[in-house]
Design a protein around this ligand. Structure first.
Ligand SMILES: Cc1cc2nc3c(=O)[nH]c(=O)nc-3n(C[C@H](O)[C@H](O)[C@H](O)COP(=O)(O)OP(=O)(O)OC[C@H]3O[C@@H](n4cnc5c(N)ncnc54)[C@H](O)[C@@H]3O)c2cc1C
Length: 450
């Protein structure tokens, strides 16, 4: 809120930091990352507009019972339904590890019907927490709901040598039909992309997939087990979603076959579930889908299936962003990003990304990233030179290659970059010892939970 911004500025003046400069900033997305960003940017005194395509805030946590029926595999980008949450989803991490640094995710005992006081609550509880966060910090007036960013590109410069600015084209979306109605164009000093990366399905390439005439879908389009009652279902991939969905289906399906990439990815919890459910069978990979309905596994066994559900993860996708090739996505690496936030190019700091890393403790981590962006934009923190950022990105790439980390895990910073964001931490710790501590705690927690 503006009063918070003022109190922050007076602290800075008392400690003789330079007067922060206010920028006109567009944040795309009002999920956890976008909400972290709007609060931090406003606190720093920026004028912020958030574009959110959905009818409400929350991002993934805004459960949507609809699915994209015409494209259940989500093969065509961009998908139209954003949230990939299934109805039964519960938090993987305990609620005390999942709150903003100064706004604990406490249980809402007594908040009436619909509250879920469990330590690992369901998705709706996270959505309610994010709504409470918006109310507590007066963020709602910055957010334009039902507004999708469809094109973001550099605006023509006003004068020779003037700073970069961004032309943002947004479209009004009709909530029920998802139809795009009217366009607006606006110019901003900076854009923060906070659109998440658990919506655009990543599909494997399996022999016979194209010809298979039975039901195939991605976990993005899975909501409840009901439609699979009495079926034989093959679930491909046994990460968190694959395991959850397979176990849930054992309650209604005739048989569930779970195909794991390797036995190393089978968690102790999954082994126990297999022992408990007679109709749950584990296989090593899928080799091909046959036209007669059989799914052939890598171990040579097969099952005639009604449905195949691909729980094979998601891809980064920014269909609205035009950077003339200066930011690219290759096998899930968004490139070249300095500390996973700023393009290592003249586009920094006017373009930034909040929420790119995986396996971090959200929203602490996003809050730290957002505060860094806010400070760099206001001029209270400085980025290294472009050459230094490029060198840093290259050094990280080489270190990862040497450690055998595949490109698709380029933004998995958990346990891979113990030195991560030294620059970010330095920027944040000025006047903010608590965020520094929280950031590190979040990071340590993430590392220790693997
Ligand atoms: C099934 C599932 C389970 C998960 N479980 C956990 C868990 O237990 N713990 C955990 O920490 N994390 C979990 N996650 C990850 C979770 O998504 C992140 O923690 C967090 O919600 C990411 O926030 P975000 O703001 O980056 O992205 P999102 O929540 O995806 O929000 C992005 C927002 O951007 C909007 N948007 C996208 N494109 C546009 C556009 N062009 N114009 C305007 N708006 C746009 C979207 O509508 C959305 O509101 C899970 C994810 C999934 C899919």
């Amino acid at each position: 809120s503006s009063s918070e911004a003022h109190s922050h500025q007076s602290v800075d003046m008392a400690t003789h930091s330079p007067q922060p400069t206010s920028k006109k900033v567009c944040i795309v997305g009002a999920g956890m990352a976008g909400l972290a960003a709007v609060r931090e940017l406003r606190r720093e005194g920026h004028a912020v507009t958030v574009l959110e395509q959905s009818h409400d805030v929350g991002g993934q946590w805004l459960y949507d019972p609809r699915t994209d029926d015409a494209d259940p595999l989500g093969a065509a980008a961009p998908v139209r339904v954003h949230s990939s949450m299934y109805d039964s989803l519960r938090l993987m991490s305990p609620r005390e590890a999942m709150g903003f640094s100064d706004f604990p995710f406490a249980s809402r005992d007594g908040a009436g019907a619909g509250c879920d006081p469990r330590r690992f609550p369901g998705h709706r509880e996270v959505y309610c927490y994010l709504k409470d966060f918006c109310d507590a910090f007066g963020l709602v007036d910055a957010i334009r709901l039902n507004t999708r960013a469809v094109r973001i590109a550099l605006a023509p410069p006003c004068d020779v040598g003037s700073s970069l600015r961004w032309q943002v084209r947004a479209v009004q979306v009709e909530p029920e039909s998802n139809k795009e109605v009217s366009y607006t164009e606006e110019v901003f000093d900076a854009v923060v992309v906070a659109t998440g990366h658990y919506s655009q399905p990543k599909l494997p390439s399996i022999d016979g997939m194209e010809q298979w005439r039975r039901t195939q879908l991605h976990s993005h389009s899975y909501r409840t087990p009901g439609p699979f009652c009495g079926e034989t279902v093959v679930v491909v991939g046994c990460g968190e979603s694959g395991t959850d969905i397979a176990v849930e289906l054992t309650g209604v399906a005739r048989e569930v076959h779970l195909a794991a990439r390797s036995m190393e990815v089978v968690s102790p919890g999954l082994s126990k579930a297999i022992a408990r459910h007679d109709n749950l069978h584990l296989h090593l990979g899928v080799e091909r889908l046959r036209e007669d309905g059989a799914v052939v596994f890598a171990d040579g066994s097969s099952a005639v299936a009604d449905t195949v559900i691909y729980c094979t993860g998601y891809s980064y996708s920014f269909p609205f962003l035009e950077t003339e090739g200066r930011v690219t996505v290759d096998d899930n690496r968004v490139d070249p990003l300095f500390e996973h936030v700023f393009p290592a190019s003249p586009l920094a700091p006017s373009l930034s990304f909040v929420g790119i890393p995986i396996r971090v403790i959200a929203p602490w981590f996003f809050e730290g990233q957002a505060r860094w962006v806010a400070r760099v934009l206001s001029g209270r923190s400085e980025l290294p030179t472009e050459a230094e950022m490029v060198r840093s990105v290259e050094a990280q790439r080489r270190a990862r290659e040497a450690a055998g980390v595949p490109n698709k895990l380029a933004h998995d910073i958990c346990g891979v970059e113990p030195h991560v964001s030294a620059c970010m931490i330095t920027a944040l710790s000025v006047n903010n010892p608590s965020i520094d501590l929280n950031y590190k705690m979040g990071y340590i927690f993430a590392r220790s939970s693997t």
